[in-house]
Design a protein around this ligand. Structure first.
Ligand code: SF4
Ligand code: SF4
Length: 472
């Protein structure tokens, strides 16, 4: 008996006994949670599609330009020099998701993950619209190629391809920036053939994922899904089947009108398989929490509908923890949750502090490698440097100059005395620092150099200044 019950562990719902893909035809969900998920998905889809086109202080709201190593998160631009901030943001994101997973299971997968949103709320709904519900889809897949099948398959291919192309464009806006994407579109795709090729490759990948690979992303490919085993515990709230109520002493049993199930010792599960039919990952939630479950809540809605029909209380499948079902215990703020929350609060505080303390201009002044110093007339010692100024703002910084703060001396630029650092760009060049030896305290001196825009100090940089040892 115990062995039979564990049989489900030997295979996954998406692979048949021959080791081939078992196509899942989930029933169209309906119910309270599905309606809520629809509203959430509309908000998230609007966010996903608009985020690269919204600007904050001239900065794209979200941008992940990996090629040029420029990132914007919530309108804050991150340069390679801000990589530590970017890493902290990512760690906060991971801890936030981990915290949520420990407390509420895969709530992120079911309600917020772009894969689930696009698969269940866009592509699947179009599929229901074109092919019909589960029964019609199974029939269509089995029937030989005829006019109806060609028409439906053709229409689905065109619509899926078009949406994949749209997603690929938005994806590109996240990668290269929406301004550049619009520029490429208005220039005409043939002016930017390599970008067009990338766009078509992205389209093909999205088409492959949503038309064919589907739930396997969550089951096989997603690293977050694979981590569930270590993140969940008995207190995590997940979509769960109340086996105590559903099985009772003598197990589940088909419904028979007028039968006193309680007297016969049978549980409330009427073994109708609707929770299995509706599941987009093809599992039976009655076997307990499983890696494949993305907490989409479709089985909750389905079972509630059945319970209503047979006049039994709803909630046989519901959001609950193992302890809640076994011991009827309520949700507790466990030490693990407290620990994650503390780390999250500390890291968020550090990030906010660093974001506000961060300079809008980053200056790096480095001695030219291999050069020592030059001893000039009138006891003047000269060192040569390269400088790099990064302007993280969306406005040009004009009339930029350098002044020595720590010592009396002069700074000479090789090309211009005053220059402009372009918006979101950088300026680099070479400069000489000349200081009278009498003002130096040894062979290695620490300089403080002010970077000015007009008369306004915009950044301070430090550099090492070498002098002859004998002049100490
Ligand atoms: S939908 Fe509910 S009653 Fe039907 S099999 Fe699933 S758990 Fe049992
Ligand atoms: S078991 Fe239920 S919640 Fe989990 S994936 Fe299947 S339908 Fe969704």
């Amino acid at each position: 008996m115990a062995q039979d019950q564990d049989n489900f562990r030997d295979s996954i719902g998406t692979i048949n006994e021959d080791g081939k893909r078992a196509w899942i035809f989930p029933k169209k969900p309906s119910g309270k949670f599905y309606e809520y998920r629809k509203y959430v998905s509309y908000v998230l889809l609007a966010f996903l599609f608009l985020a690269p086109f919204v600007k904050v202080n001239g900065n794209q709201f979200l941008m992940f330009n990996v090629l040029e190593r420029r990132f914007n998160i919530f309108g804050f631009p991150f340069w390679p020099q801000d990589f530590h901030l970017f890493v902290i943001s990512m760690i906060i994101g991971v801890i936030f998701i981990a915290l949520f997973t420990v407390a509420f299971g895969r709530i992120f997968c079911g309600w917020m993950c772009p894969q689930t949103i696009f698969m269940e709320m866009v592509f699947r709904r179009i599929e229901f619209w074109i092919d019909g519900d589960r029964g019609a889809q199974i029939r269509l897949s089995k029937q030989p190629w005829n006019a109806e099948k060609i028409r439906k398959r053709g229409l689905k291919l065109i619509v899926f391809f078009f949406i994949s192309f749209l997603i690929a464009n938005v994806f590109l806006a996240y990668l290269i920036g929406s301004d550049r994407l619009i520029e490429y579109i208005t220039d005409g795709p043939l002016q930017h053939v390599s970008t067009l090729v990338s766009l078509l490759i992205f389209t093909a990948v999205f088409y492959f994922v949503f038309a064919w690979f589907r739930e396997q992303v969550c089951i096989i490919a997603c690293p977050y899904g694979r981590m569930q085993g270590v993140l969940l515990d008995n207190k995590s709230i997940v979509v769960a089947y109340d086996h105590k109520r559903g099985e009772a002493e003598n197990g589940r049993k088909k419904f028979r009108k007028g039968e006193d199930r309680q007297a016969l010792g049978h549980g409330d599960c009427i073994d109708c398989f609707q929770c299995v039919n509706v599941c987009p990952t093809g599992i039976d939630i009655r076997n307990g929490t499983q890696l494949e479950c993305v907490n989409c809540t479709a089985c909750i809605d389905e079972c509630d509908t059945i319970m209503e029909k047979v006049n039994l209380p709803k909630g046989l499948i519901r959001y609950a923890s193992e302890d809640n079902i076994e011991k009827k215990s309520k949700f507790k703020f466990t030490p693990r949750l407290k620990g994650y929350t503390a780390v999250l609060v500390i890291l968020t505080g550090i990030l906010i502090g660093m974001l506000f303390l961060r300079n809008e201009v980053e200056a790096n002044i480095l001695r030219l490698p291999g050069q020592l110093y030059e001893h000039k007339e009138n006891n003047i010692i000269s060192n040569v440097y390269t400088y790099k100024l990064v302007n993280k703002t969306t406005k040009d910084i004009p009339n930029v100059s350098f002044k020595l703060i720590s010592h009396k001396g002069t700074i000479n630029l090789v090309r211009h005395e005053l220059f402009t650092v372009p918006a979101q760009g950088l300026a680099e060049g070479t400069l000489f620092v000349e200081i009278n030896n009498s003002a130096l305290e040894g062979d290695k001196n620490k300089l403080s150099i002010g970077v000015y825009s007009g008369d306004k100090l915009i950044e301070t940089a430090t550099a090492r200044f070498l002098a002859p040892r004998s002049y100490k």
